[in-house]
Design a protein around this ligand. Structure first.
Ligand SMILES: Nc1ncnc2c1ncn2[C@@H]1O[C@H](COP(=O)(O)OP(=O)(O)OP(=O)(O)O)[C@@H](O)[C@H]1O
Length: 677
């Protein structure tokens, strides 16, 4: 018999969808009930319907074969059934509950899902794969082992210690099939399990499904493009353009349509459907957001995720070791490359005071004698400057002494305020600098001035005068320079894993790695580079660990005689999680992560003091996650300040605040993406 359901024609003989049916009664008989399901993709003018008032009833303990052309919406329907997507409107009951509702067990242990894509970890062995999902379902090792043995024989799997990535395509699909059914769920949802497998395997998969339903009373929904193989299903649903054209037993379909094959039935239905109204129901779409339920975290699921993360990390031991030692390596590299005074800077010395007849030898006395004072001054210039004679070769500048420098200097000393201008000019040391490199120029000028101070101090002392009286009335204090990663996910989620559990497991894994990284950084800084910590080292380590939750950055602190480089990780791991939550692929996440690193580094005052930025940028700089943290560590290391100082506790508070902000954003982005897709 034929029943018209609103504007979609659905032929129902064995099951009639009655709106007056009591849900409880229907659920007792039906494993899955779908009523008036509407699902759209896209937003605004790009919004298009994929499920169009679809109605479907799957009796408990039966096999339902969902057939339809590519793109008709089968996978979308299944993903709504397993709770990975939400309907825009309509009613969905799986095992008597709305998917995702409390105690529904869907997603969770009541459903076994085999997605279209492989959705297995290639670096896991078959056994590790089953143990990982077993951990998520909280199954005992003895049960997993016995199932592993049983399914190996049943599905003719390769030895359990073989890596998934080394298996053939057909073998991988059998492992994926084993993962869907090994925890013996009430409901099996299989998205094209027989695609790309040989007819023999396809036959054995169907035989197994029949046994699962007949012998164990399990409900099975299976999609396939191969219409004839679905003859073994109890019910067949023929889907087209987001609607079910018909659902009935294969025998009834063949009889009712007087067709020799199911393909012919489908063909007749399609021709009939084409004569009907075109697919357009957009005007009836309503928006229904089921709202966000705060999921309960499970220790065994988090545990399984953490073990999985560790196993996968250690399988890529090269990359793991690289990332583990990277902060210490980078910190060391920063320490050996940045902040040191430049050496080997060539300066040309043009000394006209030297006597050509005496071979221009630069001799001087240490007495109070106004003779060859230019040579006496030159001996105080730091070894960082290489003095070369004449103006030959590549030099950073020229230091020039007049022919009568010592005498002019003496006259200027004795005449004081009465000294003549010519005399003053004659007693000057001429310095001409190549100003193409500002930092080097600053260093050289500073050293030449320091040398002059030392020279005056020495000479005046030798003459019995107050040494400091001849010094320039300027002191230069310490200069501060502050320098600081999807089917698999779906499968885990259908198994009951919650987004916060995934985030938490990553945080725990990364945190343990980070503790080792931090230890290495501190050992190299304190013991190898002998950077002293004037304050409480524990607070500095706490800030580093808090900051470290998201990657690596460096803070370089240079105070007069010391340099400190600290690796910061926590902040960047969370930033990485946030980026990967919002990205569809690893390359996108990596690119975003890299792209965000440098701006963050620059704006946090690591490369250049914040005080040198425009005022509007300073305000932004101060709310950046690294700014206060670096300042705190600097205050602890160089000033010896404690946690009671606002500059120190601000770093701790700001680090905590950013961790919570980013974690909250990760969950919001994951939620928005679920509803947008
Ligand atoms: N995340 C998505 N965002 C936007 N459109 C999507 C998304 N997923 C699927 N679609 C579109 O929805 C339609 C139905 O896709 P779906 O995967 O449900 O079809 P299907 O019947 O399972 O196809 P196949 O048999 O080829 O797997 C297709 O037009 C597809 O391009």
């Amino acid at each position: 018999m034929k029943i018209g359901v609103e504007n979609s024609d659905v032929f129902v003989t064995s099951h009639r969808v009655s709106e007056t049916n009591n849900n409880a009664t229907a659920s007792a008989v039906h494993g899955v009930i779908v009523r008036n399901a509407i699902k759209t993709y896209g937003v605004g003018s790009n919004r298009y319907p994929v499920l169009n008032e679809l109605n479907m009833m799957v009796k408990k303990g039966t096999i339902y074969g969902l057939l339809g052309a590519s793109g008709c919406g089968k996978t979308t329907l299944l993903s709504c059934l397993v709770g990975r997507r939400s309907l825009n409107s309509g009613e969905l009951l799986v095992l008597g509950h709305e998917p995702g509702s409390a105690n529904s067990g869907v997603p969770g242990p009541k459903v076994g899902y085999m997605p279209q894509e492989l959705a297995l970890y290639g670096n896991f062995t078959i056994k590790e794969t089953l143990f990982f999902f077993g951990g998520i379902y909280n199954l005992k090792a003895t049960f997993i082992n016995s199932q592993c043995e049983f399914l190996s024989k049943l599905l003719d799997l390769p030895p359990c210690d073989r890596y998934v990535k080394t298996l053939s395509g057909g073998q991988q699909r059998r492992v994926s099939f084993a993962v869907a059914l090994f925890h013996e769920p009430e409901l099996l949802i299989l998205d094209e399990p027989t695609v790309g497998v040989d007819p023999l395997l396809s036959h054995s998969i169907w035989n197994h499904l029949v046994r699962q339903s007949v012998d164990h009373g399990r409900t099975v929904i299976v999609t396939t493009h191969y219409i004839e193989e679905a003859r073994q299903a109890h019910t067949i649903g023929l889907m087209r353009s987001g609607r079910l054209l018909v659902q009935d037993s294969p025998e009834n379909l063949l009889n009712n349509f007087r067709a020799p094959s199911l393909e012919d039935v489908f063909l007749k239905l399609c021709i009939k459907d084409d004569a009907k109204n075109p697919f357009d129901s957009e005007h009836r779409l309503s928006s229904k957001n089921p709202g966000y339920k705060i999921p309960r975290l499970s220790v065994h699921r988090i545990g399984a995720l953490i073990r999985k993360n560790y196993v996968l990390s250690f399988r890529n031991i090269g990359i793991f070791l690289f990332t583990y030692f990277l902060p210490a390596l980078q910190a060391s590299l920063f320490n050996v490359t940045l902040g040191h005074e430049p050496t080997g800077l060539r300066m040309a010395i043009v000394n006209d005071e030297l006597d050509i007849s005496q071979g221009r030898v630069c001799n001087y006395t240490t007495d109070c004698e106004y003779s060859m004072l230019s040579c006496r001054y030159l001996r105080y210039i730091k070894d960082n400057i290489i003095q070369v004679t004449g103006r030959k070769g590549q030099v950073w500048g020229v230091v020039h002494f007049g022919w009568n420098f010592s005498k002019e200097f003496e006259m200027r000393e004795s005449d004081g305020d009465a000294a003549e201008l010519a005399n003053i000019i004659g007693s000057q040391i001429g310095i001409n600098m190549d100003s193409s490199n500002q930092q080097i120029g600053v260093f050289i000028e500073k050293w030449l001035l320091e040398a002059f101070g030392d020279f005056v101090r020495d000479f005046r002392g030798a003459c019995g005068n107050v040494p400091e009286a001849g010094l320039l009335p300027v002191t230069v204090a310490g200069v501060f320079i502050t320098e600081r990663k999807q089917g698999l996910l779906d499968r885990c989620m259908v198994a009951g894993v919650k987004m916060p559990e995934i985030l938490l497991s990553y945080l725990i894994n990364q945190f343990t790695v980070m503790v080792g990284q931090t230890a290495l950084v501190y050992v190299s800084m304190l013991l190898v580079f002998n950077i002293p910590c004037q304050g409480n080292l524990a607070v500095a380590i706490l800030i580093t660990l808090l900051q470290g939750l998201v990657g690596i950055s460096f803070g370089k602190l240079n105070l007069k005689y010391l340099k400190i480089i600290i690796g910061n990780y926590i902040f960047y791991i969370i930033l990485g999680l946030l980026i990967s939550t919002g990205c569809d692929n690893e390359m996108g996440a990596l690119s975003l992560s890299q792209a965000s690193f440098l701006p963050l580094l620059v704006i946090s005052g690591i490369c250049w003091p914040i005080e040198g930025m425009p005022l509007y940028l300073r305000k932004i700089a101060y709310i950046m996650p690294l700014t206060y943290a670096i300042e705190s560590v600097r205050c602890i290391f160089s000033r010896g300040w404690g946690i009671e100082q606002s500059s120190v506790y601000a770093g701790v508070l700001v680090s905590f605040a950013w961790i919570f902000v980013f974690l909250a954003l990760c969950l919001i982005v994951a939620r928005v993406r679920k509803f947008a897709s």
